[in-house]
Write a protein that binds this ligand. Structure first.
Ligand code: GTP
Ligand code: SPV
Ligand code: MN
Length: 593
């Protein structure tokens, strides 16, 4: 055994020399070790144990006040050549990055333990899966990684067979935002993260490995790493069709992945199976189709707004063995957030650790929130009542349709289908979402977020688009590509489409298109359903809403072309010609001035 794990041990040793922990502990994945870590983390006040009966196995954690979301401006892709990272990434040379971060890591674990977490993204041993080892001085990170990935000795055994792994080094150091760096070295299969303790910055198996590093590997190895949910839709005869969908953050991936069929469609007997809510790894199999797995083993979902009405399956999922981060702690050792079920608690401890009561306001008179808007829960997928029975299968699930989507008050209709794969890649590459009032910047301003991957693509996005085009050419039976928009509004800013469970009506048409059982109307932007092809039983939606939600304004689309052109130009010569061809074809179809 010793020989096979030599590289791993040498690397752990060198990192320990740099960070100088008092002690090194290997995470073996046992229940006993996990319980010990929980006890230690409670004793050190990193976490608070929640009510043993109401929330068994659950804990509450707060991060530093300036450490509550991914910090994209401190996130770098460090390749030897700057062009490799592309205009979509911050870039630093590997030499500068290692030197700079080494200063922050030096001695950062003095007085602390360094945990060695061997983890697998994807079922251990699956052809899809990748192994990583994260070194961290945070027990909170260890406890989260035990939920989000498959971690422990089984992974070490796997490493003996194939000693390839992503070297992930994390230290919370002083949690100093002026020294915070999230560094990716795709050429070295290495990730360094320092001075943060928040989710996507420190659970290095998630966005850092499964998207930024994996997207780079996927291009080289001929597969795809995407910011997509995966769900199965079971028909009454037991046949299940799977779709993968890419929506930017806060555009409803988690909601769609565990959708509840609306009452009007219940009679059809559909069942929804949740495979994943954030990341999909996809490969072409011998049948010429695209197959996908969710590399994660847990959900790291947004808490505010989660309730029995918006997402009953998630409410059930987070009743046990869940870590709550930056939500409100109630005196009875349960938790609450804005938009939770039940009455607003009379008092509690807010996400900043201060005493909280409803109605409190800050100096500007704005309400003080009990939970941070980006507060999250970490919960095992197996807790979810709709968890797919194929989660552990090494083969993944076959993908019939890829669905792109954004938050667009105007422009994009409820659903449209691309003409073919190449046009579908154009649809994904030109995806955009509008800013809401809650975000900095001009309200309604369109932000381009191709394939919902802008913050997560670990290389030049122009090459990423080429890779997408190339994958399509290799498949004999590629998924059909669609675009949805649940967020279209009327003149008064009211949503035209009820969304949530009713989105199944749209998915039904999508699947019928995949099986060639539904017709469509050809428009300049793609195919849309014929008037009666969306099942409206039990929907009770005014006819004019239906018309508005499918209306396509040539004038608005011609305006949109300008934004697309500007965006494409950022990639210069690198942008694949096929995308300019699609741009010109769309322009021609739209006609006019
Ligand atoms: P990340 O975890 O950050 O990647 O985000 P996500 O894509 O999983 O988004 P999430 O499900 O957390 O975002 C949900 C937000 O979208 C909430 O504000 C929901 O109320 C809203 N939402 C979800 N589905 C619908 C829908 O069909 N219609 C409308 N109007 N809102 C929706
Ligand atoms: C996202 O921001 O898209 C997330 C949360 O899923 S994080 O893991 O922090 O990236
Ligand atoms: Mn996400």
């Amino acid at each position: 055994m010793a020989d096979k794990l030599q590289e791993l041990k040498a690397w752990v040793k060198s990192c320990a020399e740099l960070c100088q922990p008092d002690e090194i502990v290997w995470i073996n994945g046992s229940e006993e070790q996990k319980k010990r870590l929980e006890r230690e983390a409670v004793a050190s006040e990193e976490i608070v144990a929640l009510h043993p009966k109401k929330l068994p196995g659950c804990f509450w954690h707060r991060t530093a006040i300036n450490d509550v979301a991914r910090t994209e401006h401190l996130t770098y892709v460090c390749t030897r050549k700057k062009e490799e990272a592309g205009p979509n990434n911050n870039w630093m040379s590997p030499r500068e990055a290692y030197e700079k971060a080494s200063e922050y890591f030096r001695g950062s674990m003095k007085g602390r333990t360094m945990y060695v977490i061997p983890f697998s993204m994807g079922p251990v041993g699956s052809i899809f899966s990748k192994v990583g080892v994260e070194l961290t001085d945070s027990r909170y990170v260890v406890l989260n990684m035990l939920i989000m990935s498959r971690a422990g000795d089984a992974v070490l055994n796997q490493l003996k067979k194939k000693p390839e792994f992503t070297k992930c080094l994390h230290s919370k150091a002083e949690l100093d935002i002026t020294k915070r760096l999230i560094l990716h070295f795709p050429e070295d299969n290495t990730i360094w993260s320092v001075n943060s303790g928040y989710g996507g910055n420190v659970l290095l198996g998630k966005k850092c490995l499964s998207l930024r590093i994996a997207s780079h590997q996927a291009r080289q190895e001929g597969w795809m790493a995407e910011h997509m949910l995966i769900m199965g839709i079971e028909e009454p005869n037991g046949h299940i069709e799977y779709i993968a969908a890419a929506f930017p953050s806060a555009c409803g991936k988690t909601n769609l992945a565990m959708l509840i069929p609306p009452s009007g469609l219940k009679r059809k007997g559909y069942r929804i199976w949740t495979v994943g809510d954030d990341i999909a790894w996809m490969r072409i199999d011998t049948d010429g189709s695209l197959w996908a797995i969710n590399p994660e083993a847990g959900f790291f979902g947004v808490a505010p707004g989660t309730n029995m009405k918006s997402n009953p399956m998630m409410v059930k999922t987070i009743k046990k063995n869940t870590i709550f981060t930056n939500v409100l702690l109630k005196p009875d050792k349960t938790v609450w957030w804005e938009g939770a079920d039940g009455p607003v608690p009379l008092k509690g401890t807010d996400w900043q650790g201060r005493p909280w009561q409803p109605g409190m306001t800050d100096e500007q008179g704005k309400p003080i929130l009990g939970a941070h808007p980006n507060s999250r829960f970490t919960a095992p997928i197996v807790n979810c009542p709709t968890a797919s029975f194929r989660l552990q299968q090494h083969h993944g699930v076959p993908i019939s349709a890829i669905v792109f989507g954004g938050r667009r008050a105007h422009l994009a209709p409820l659903v449209y289908q691309s003409f073919n794969w190449q046009h579908g890649v154009f649809v994904g590459a030109t995806m955009a979402s509008e800013r809401t009032a809650a975000q900095v910047g001009k309200v309604g301003e369109v932000r381009r977020d191709p394939m919902a991957m802008l913050p997560f693509c670990g290389y030049n996005m122009a090459d990423y688009f080429s890779h997408w085009l190339g994958m399509g050419a290799k498949m004999t039976n590629p998924p059909k590509i669609f675009h949805v928009n649940w967020f279209r509004t009327d003149e008064n800013g009211k949503f035209l489409w009820p969304g949530f469970g009713d989105n199944l009506r749209v998915l039904e048409w999508i699947l019928e298109r995949c099986n060639n059982t539904a017709g469509a109307v050809k428009t300049p932007i793609g195919y849309i359903p014929k008037v009666n092809e969306i099942d409206k039983r039990g929907l009770h939606l005014p006819k004019e809403n239906m018309e508005k939600v499918f209306s396509i304004s040539r004038k608005e689309w011609r305006e949109e072309l300008k934004g697309i052109k500007e965006f494409f130009r950022e990639f210069g010569e690198d942008l694949p010609d096929e995308l300019w061809q699609e741009y010109k074809a769309l322009k021609k179809r739209l006609g006019g001035a």
